[in-house]
Design a protein around this ligand. Sequence first.
Ligand code: GDP
Length: 175
Amino acid sequence: PGREVSWPQAFKYITIGDAGVGKSSLLLQFTDQRFQPELNPTIGCDFSMRIVNIDGKPIKLQIWDTAGLELFRSFNKSFYRSAAVAILVCDITRRETFDHVAGWLDDAVEAAPANLTTILIGNKCDLDSRRTVSYEEGENFAKAHGLFFMESSAKTAQNVEEAFTMAARTVCKKI
Ligand code: GDP
């Protein structure tokens, strides 16, 4: 009596966005604290997890990385099902990846739960001199669509931890 076993609560995260924006690299940096320039392309669906501590409570993040989804753009509803967080990534050095963000958002709105927490990430901010998307553009798009916004670098780890844990904190507040 009095002995309580509590399992960590689990949140499903999905990463979406064009091929090459750094989704797998962000995931590797978050789960393994490393950057691997020649990362093998994900085939199918990659799955990683990490337990984070949110206000003293362990939360298990189960993160699904989409490869293929961005290539065929075939809409896999099971991928979005029961997702709590979408990490929507664009590459600040490749303008077209930002132009496609609205389309990714449409897919998520159509297939994901209505209370999905979405964070827009402008990745590769270490390549500031090659940027073709300004910080303000990213921020304004996010504001207009009710998303969080951050710029990150999977290479230097800037804002990687912050983005994933901030989303978890937001989900905790919603439930
Ligand atoms: P994905 O297709 O969206 O999963 O993208 P990847 O994670 O495979 O990354 C695509 C390419 O961009 C790879 O060559 C990565 O090494 C590189 N890359 C990813 N993130 C960053 C970053 O933050 N900065 C820089 N300089 N390169 C990155």
